[in-house]
Design a protein around this ligand. Structure first.
Ligand code: CO6
Length: 194
């Protein structure tokens, strides 16, 4: 941790925060959770957050402290397969048995610190990666829908940090908009399902 975080602090970080309306995703997961459980896999929100095109590192709170195993080639995996892989990594993490194969090769990291608490964060990039996202707790909050009606929404904040030598703010903003759009309308992920 000392070596990695000292190297990380040499990176000129910029931060970018937004909120995402997970109301439809909360409904979808509640429909799929039982189906996944019947096939022996616990389905949380993380597999939906992870579904991109990368080896996604996941900050994991373990008895040994913070570890970042990664789910490899998420673009080739279904949400169910990502959930199964996450269950495997969590079981190994709790048992202190994560090995070098699982702990190396990440290309982008997500830190779901919201599963413990908190809304915003300023996450530190894990070199040689160039960006990281911290996810806040999902909260039920009042929001206006497109018809200007007050609705009950499930809102999660996301705080990105990026290496400003490699990524500019507009690129991060476009990426964040795309990522949020998939989660706000999770059925859109079905279009690109492999
Ligand atoms: N909001 C509300 N509820 C949540 C959330 C959020 N964000 N995330 C998970 N949950 C729920 C989840 O749905 C589970 O509920 P049920 O399925 O309904 O029973 C429950 O909380 C437990 O989920 P769990 O944490 O076991 O599984 P998940 O796949 O979401 O997360 C994990 C796996 C390995 C990421 C997580 O267990 C973990 O270790 N999180 C902490 C990561 C951490 O330490 N980050 C800090 C790194 S340092 O980033 C840093 C800048 C600083 C702050």
């Amino acid at each position: 941790m000392v070596k990695t975080m000292t190297a990380a602090l040499k990176i000129p970080h910029f931060g970018y925060c937004d909120e995402v309306d997970l109301t439809q995703l909360v409904l979808l997961r509640s429909e799929l959770k039982g189906l996944a459980e019947a096939r022996g896999v616990r389905l949380s929100y993380m597999p939906f957050f992870v579904k991109g095109s990368h080896n996604i590192g996941l900050a994991m709170d373990t008895p040994q402290g913070l570890l970042v195993p990664s789910v490899k080639n998420v673009q080739a995996l279904s949400v169910f397969e990502i959930a199964a892989e996450l269950n495997r990594l969590q079981a190994l993490g709790s048992a202190g048995q994560l090995g070098p194969a699982d702990l190396t090769g990440g290309t982008f990291t997500l830190s779901n610190v919201g599963s413990i608490g908190g809304t915003y964060a300023k996450p530190v990039i894990l070199p040689p990666e160039v960006a990281i996202g911290a996810l806040g707790k999902i909260q039920v909050l009042p929001r206006f829908n497109s018809c200007a009606e007050l609705v009950k929404a499930h809102i999660m904040s996301v705080s990105w940090s990026a290496d400003h030598r490699v990524i500019d703010g507009a690129t991060m903003s476009r990426f964040s908009n795309l990522w949020c759009s998939y989660l706000e309308q999770p059925s859109s992920m079905v279009l690109d399902l492999k």
